[in-house]
Design a protein around this ligand. Structure first.
Ligand code: C2E
Ligand code: MG
Ligand code: MG
Ligand code: MG
Length: 285
């Protein structure tokens, strides 16, 4: 009950409206035009420490602020960008904006990290690590505050190049995260080959956790495995208080999901952080 009040107390009052109706499919030209006109921006979804309730970071999720159709979610543009070889335009826009946002938050006294999604397509480019480092160093941010999320399938397709890129990024000080854990192929193999520091348990396992013993066992094992590997466990798609309580009791480190907050624009996120911090303090009294 105390926890519930706590979380309610720092849930943003003005929910951001995401376009409900499915927009007309966009052409690659329209999308690229939108990117070149900087209509795309990162929305930030808080990642919260289960023990303290404090915001320790955020995942940057791409949104298109379309002049006619409102705010468009990634499903409407990412598959096409990936398919047609233009995903890097978006990746670097997201990276630069997020690193700048992160830097700004540090200067306001919030030393949090920002997570960026890397497309499997980008991992084929042998110069990726250098390009990423260049963009981030330009903002003056220490790369350890940028967490690069890769999906298990992403690391898979061109294994040699992907592993080389990931090793280089790691050497340059970036943190790596395995996204959507449990839904890819050959997942356990990847875990032994990538120097990652975070395991994100896919929403699929979190969604019905409280109702299914088998999901609970799988999630418990994943959390235990993460701990034994010395990496953080993050639960995605935490939607209810029951989800929160179950995951907390299983010893999960970090929560992300609608129960805490939906992805929001930078200004809203900036205002959200101290509220969560205050709640965390209150909890420790
Ligand atoms: P993801 O990386 O697994 O991101 C989590 C997705 O789950 C986000 O969807 C987020 O809004 C949603 N989510 C968060 N909490 C909850 C919850 O409690 N319940 C439910 N049902 N959903 C929740 P979103 O923003 O639509 O992004 C979808 C996918 O698009 C992402 O999955 C990621 O794979 C991709 N994506 C987003 N932004 C980028 C980007 O900048 N670059 C690349 N390459 N991919 C991106
Ligand atoms: Mg992700
Ligand atoms: Mg995910
Ligand atoms: Mg996903």
């Amino acid at each position: 009950e105390r926890l519930k009040n706590l979380l309610n107390s720092y849930r943003p009052k003005s929910a951001i409206q995401i376009a409900e109706e499915k927009p007309a499919p966009f052409s690659l030209d329209e999308i690229r035009q939108g990117i070149s006109e900087a209509q795309f921006e990162p929305f930030f979804q808080p990642k919260v420490d289960f023990k303290s309730g404090a915001v320790i970071g955020a995942e940057a999720l791409a949104r298109w602020r379309h002049p006619d159709h409102g705010i468009i979610a990634p499903q409407a543009f990412i598959p096409l960008l990936e398919e047609r070889g233009n995903i890097d335009d978006l990746t670097f826009l997201m990276l630069e904006r997020s690193a700048m946002a992160c830097k700004e938050l540090h200067e306001s006294g919030y030393p949090i990290s920002i997570s960026i999604n890397l497309s499997r397509v980008s991992l084929h480019d042998a110069t990726l690590a250098d390009k990423i480092a260049k963009v981030v160093l330009k903002t003056g941010l220490d790369p350890k505050y940028i967490i690069l999320e890769i999906t298990e399938t992403a690391a898979m397709t061109d294994v040699a190049h992907a592993l080389e890129n990931l090793a280089r990024l790691c050497m340059k000080g970036f943190a790596l995260s395995i996204d959507d854990y449990g839904t890819g192929y050959s997942s356990l193999q990847q875990l032994t080959r990538i120097a990652f520091s975070e395991l994100k348990i896919d929403q699929f396992f979190v969604k019905d956790l409280v109702h299914h013993e088998s999901l609970r066992i799988v999630v418990q094992s994943s959390i235990d495995m993460a701990r034994r590997l010395g990496v953080k466990s993050v639960a995605e798609g935490v939607e209810t208080q029951a989800d929160w309580e179950m995951l907390a009791s299983l010893g999960c480190d970090t929560a992300q999901g609608y129960y805490i907050a939906r992805p929001m624009d930078f200004e809203s996120f900036r205002q959200f952080i101290p509220r969560a911090g205050v709640a965390a303090l209150a909890q420790n009294l």
